[in-house]
Design a protein around this ligand. Structure first.
Ligand SMILES: Cc1cc2nc3c(=O)[nH]c(=O)nc-3n(C[C@H](O)[C@H](O)[C@H](O)COP(=O)(O)O)c2cc1C
Length: 361
């Protein structure tokens, strides 16, 4: 099958970025309902947290989330190895080392973006990881850090780490300033330099280079795929998750029907219900789906309803079903009317006109 072979030969063709506080297990489960193929990443987990903290909570995931990578923050080879072995044992498909996070906390721990200035230490970590686990070990980096931002320094970093056994680099194509910019500013202010990432791909054609940073949609993603081995989307996928719905067809050649937003919600409900029964608060889950109706009729009301009602003690599934009804295309009644079959039965043409008029949420 075409799609199966693409997933095997180009497992990083489409990735959703690791994002602290965002890509937790609830978010990832939800994204998986939208795309079966996208490779998902956990939030960064530090080796210290994993070895000394609530490991089960930090590593919990649903088997449906695979393919799934664990992103580690750390720079002690022995600790990283211990964490990677645990991750492999629990069914993660990849261990990714964070060499891009610029936060103060991370710098104090001597990991994240400041490691770009220490290629030999990163190489030591990668070599130890490669020897310890059989799942792929990858690195997510910037293109430079502080004054260490020449192409030659980046190429030296890549060459050194690749020689230690890393075959896949995810490159967030902007540098990081460790002093003076907040992590958020470091995702916005340093200019994007896709040309630099492209030059790396040209100089290291045997490596898999995955482009990250500022990719807004699948059209752009497809354009980059002509030059890179994969793309990683972060904020765009979080704020407008339904953009992933076309990905399996467009990027992987799948032929399964594209689920509607309402179908995705319907499929999500049993998960939410089971989590509520375990004591998870509704808001912990619904906060990740606020963007589902981004730019659609009712999208604002959806966000407002969930924002206001899901935080209340005892909030249950009716908050979701009520909010979904606000985004309901006109059509036959039902829990989530507007699924393709129902749309065909009536109301679809009206919906399209209405949707075109009301976009821009
Ligand atoms: C809220 C938030 C948290 C993030 N946390 C992490 C993280 O834990 N590890 C990491 O490597 N990058 C992290 N990033 C950076 C993203 O992975 C990505 O590199 C960056 O957002 C650029 O991609 P984008 O323009 O597609 O969003 C974070 C980004 C955001 C917005």
């Amino acid at each position: 099958m075409l799609s199966e072979s693409i997933t095997q030969t180009r497992p990083h063709r489409l990735c959703v970025a690791p994002m602290l506080d965002w890509t937790d297990r609830h978010c990832r489960y939800f994204l998986r309902l939208i795309s079966r193929r996208a490779r998902l990443y956990t939030e960064m987990v530090t080796t210290g947290a994993l070895l000394h903290g609530d490991r089960d909570r930090l590593l919990e995931f649903h088997p449906r989330e695979n393919p799934l990578a664990l992103q580690l923050g750390g720079s002690d080879p022995r600790e990283l190895v211990e964490c990677a072995r645990i991750a492999e044992g629990r069914g993660f498909d990849e261990v990714n080392l964070n060499v891009g996070c610029p936060s103060d906390r991370v710098q104090r721990g001597r990991f994240g973006a400041c490691l770009m200035a220490e290629p030999r230490l990163v190489a030591e970590c990668v070599a130890a990881l490669q020897a310890a686990v059989s799942i792929p070990v990858t690195v997510k980096s910037r293109i430079g850090v502080d004054e260490r931002d020449s192409y030659e320094e980046l190429a030296e970093f890549v060459a050194t780490v690749a020689a230690a056994g890393c075959g896949t680099f995810i490159i967030h194509a902007r540098k990081a300033w460790l002093k003076g910019l907040s992590p958020k500013e470091n995702r916005e202010i340093p200019p994007l330099r896709y040309d630099v990432a492209e030059r790396i791909k040209g100089d290291f054609p045997e490596l898999k280079i995955i482009l990250n940073g500022g990719i807004p949609d699948l059209d752009q993603a497809k354009r980059h795929l002509a030059r890179f081995d994969g793309v990683m989307l972060g904020r765009a996928a979080y704020h407008n998750p339904y953009l992933l719905a076309e990905a399996d067809r467009q990027l992987f050649g799948d032929t399964h029907p594209i689920p509607s937003r309402h179908e995705i919600l319907e499929e999500w409900l049993p998960y939410v219900s089971a989590e509520l029964a375990r004591g998870t608060r509704l808001h912990a889950m619904t906060r990740h789906v606020l963007g589902l109706f981004h730019g659609r009729p009712g999208g604002r009301a959806w966000r407002r309803q969930l924002g206001e009602r899901a935080i209340k003690p005892g909030a249950d599934l009716t908050v979701l079903t009520d909010a979904a009804a606000l985004c309901r295309p006109r059509g036959p009644e039902g829990l989530f009317p507007g699924t393709p079959a129902q749309a065909q039965a009536g109301g679809r043409e009206i919906n399209l006109v209405q949707e075109a008029e009301e976009t821009g949420d």
